[in-house]
Design a protein around this ligand. Structure first.
Ligand code: PEP
Ligand code: CO
Length: 447
């Protein structure tokens, strides 16, 4: 089956955005295709090598960030705090799991959202839904909700600004990272945290600080070197106009590279075997993620993974399961068994967010900390039972003090205090850090 950058255009396109001005779209895409790439092919290949090692159980992957990034939130503190929480979580996981952690942000391009409903109704007014800042804007006005192809260029610029700042922060060394004494460990004292856990977390933190001081004292690495970290980007590869415009051949390498991000993933709503998204993503060299929900047929998943990587290339595929705490027991094992039996090489990750979305009695979209935890815990256990390994976790989180998910210190009554997400509810700084400590305690202990 031959593939070209445009061969997806002959396939059914799920979640298609209706652009009403084809000339404006063509000119935005033409401009985008001339601009420099956001990432490079050698970074993509380095990530693939790391994912291949993770597939062998030698690394763990932490992926996280906003459900939907917005252009308005392209601000230094928001970006730095998001990076900080991911790096701090990764340190806890490195310490607990005794293996390197690959950090992948949902950032610098997480601007496109699939929607279950193409329109939204409020008080009798019907407007197009918000499809992410790559397409339109969240305010409920006809002007904001109009699809505008120039948004593709705006989003690209903001992705570049974000990534530029992230690259500076990670290259220069992030002092906070290696000093747990600077972390906000306020959740240690939240009411409702069992004393045994508090004691365990305090010991972990002390041991982590000690280990880091020890490495510094050895003098073999300065804090600067220690904290210079590899950090990769990812986003849902939803808008194929955007992705295709930045897909190209590069000197001295085979094949085509998608250069808006290191690791695009295909969402649950766009992974049809014969659809446009699978057609596009089967042709690129990047590591590709695929979301798999509780309704997936295991044999369909095998066909999908085979289509995306017929050569079974190491490091190529990441299967991100999002079954929900209620569905994980029934759905995960048959899927993992079928994929394993078929000999498909994947890294298994768990997204404990998207199968656990619920609405409060007031109609607020939220997720429960304990459901999230349970899905992760069960995923670790089910993989062990099947004889495979859970190799990474995918979170929606932010470094800010938002109140979007309940549990872990936030009650339903707190939700309206600072509900800032334009899409799905995210873990806040403390909830996310606590999550890392919880996961760490399972990774560290033989069960
Ligand atoms: C997401 O990751 O924000 C998302 C929409 O996930 P899924 O495709 O798994 O529903
Ligand atoms: Co989401």
């Amino acid at each position: 089956m031959s593939w070209t950058i445009d061969s997806w255009k002959d396939k059914p396109l799920a979640q298609e955005v209706a652009y009403d001005d084809p000339d404006a779209l063509a000119s935005a895409v033409a401009k985008l295709s001339e601009l420099p790439p956001l990432v490079t092919s050698w970074e993509v290949e380095r990530l693939k090598t790391s994912i291949a090692e993770a597939q062998l159980g030698k690394r763990f992957v932490l992926q996280g960030g906003d459900c939907a990034e917005t252009l308005l939130d392209c601000k230094p503190t928001i970006i730095a705090n998001k990076l900080k929480i991911l790096l701090q979580m990764s340190m806890v996981l490195v310490h607990a799991g005794k293996k390197p952690v690959v950090r992948v942000g949902r950032l610098a391009g997480q601007y496109a959202k699939p929607r279950s409903n193409p329109t939204e109704e409020r008080g009798g007014v019907v407007l197009p839904s918000y499809f992410g800042d790559l397409v339109n804007r969240p305010d409920f006005t006809p002007d904001a909700r109009r699809t505008d192809p120039r948004a593709l260029l705006d989003a690209y610029s903001h992705a570049a600004l974000t990534l530029n700042f992230v690259r500076s922060l990670t290259a220069a060394g992030f002092a906070d990272l290696h000093h747990p004494e600077y972390w906000d460990l306020g959740f240690f004292t939240r009411s409702g945290l069992p004393p045994e856990l508090r004691e365990e977390y305090m010991q972990t933190t002390a041991r982590l600080s000690e280990a880091l001081r020890f490495m510094e004292a050895l003098g073999e690495m300065t804090v600067d070197e220690l904290s210079r970290v590899d950090f990769y980007t990812s986003h849902e590869g939803l808008n194929l106009n955007y992705e295709a415009a930045q897909t190209r051949k590069v000197p001295r390498r085979e094949g085509h590279y998608l250069l808006t991000t290191h690791m695009p993933w295909i969402g649950e709503r766009t992974r049809a075997l014969d659809g446009a998204h699978v057609e596009f993503f089967r042709g690129i060299q990047n590591v590709v993620g695929v979301k798999l929900g509780p309704k997936v047929d295991p044999q369909d998943a095998v066909r999908l993974l085979t289509r995306l990587s017929p050569t079974n290339e190491p490091g190529k595929l990441v299967a991100i399961t999002r079954m929900g705490a209620a569905g994980v027991e029934r759905s995960l094992a048959p899927l993992v068994e079928a994929v394993t039996r078929a000999g498909r090489r994947v890294l298994w990750m768990c997204d404990p967010m998207h199968g656990n979305t619920q609405a409060t009695s007031m109609g607020i979209k939220t997720r429960n900390f304990d459901d999230i935890l349970r899905e992760i815990e069960r995923s670790f256990a089910i993989h062990r039972e099947v004889g495979t390994e859970l190799g990474g976790i995918h979170f929606e989180l932010t470094g800010e003090d938002v109140t979007e998910c309940v549990g872990g210190g936030i009650s339903e009554a707190d939700l309206d205090k600072n509900y800032a997400s334009v899409c799905d509810p995210r873990l806040n700084y403390r909830q996310a850090l606590e999550m890392a400590f919880r996961i760490g305690s399972w990774m560290g202990k033989p069960r």
